[in-house]
Unconditional design. Sequence first.
Length: 163
Amino acid sequence: MGHFFPNGPYPWTYDAIASLPSLLRYASGPELAQLEKDLALSSPATFAMTTSRGRWQLARHLACLDQAIVQSIDEAARGKLDGLAIAMPPQHGKSELTSKYLPAWYLGTYPDRRVILTSYEADFAATWGRKACVTLTNDTWCLSNVSTILAKSSSDRLRRSTL
């Protein structure tokens, strides 16, 4: 499943697209809802922006991290990558993106797969695991757009799996 567009991860950065007139005003309500869902599930960062209702902001360094994450997932799926190490200074948003939004996005995108969240300390990993579960199972947007991935008992399974 390729998440990248020919010239980069974000289609809205193309100059050619920016110069086109918007057709959004002609879209129906269901078409707009599907567009929002498709955009939100295109990467962990777009998922974060959507589910946080704009409270989570995409800084330039987090856009680079988001691109690296999605590219790494695609490469791993092709058997060309075994892992990804992320090194950024403290308090730059990497934990929120990679420990809260990435697991929730990943489970929403690949419902048949599992996520293991590890850390230097068990309680720290459990805290981020709970935040990811809450995002996926209690968020209004997720419940209405990604609910097909959640069986009635899966939220308990997700919570146990992340603790």
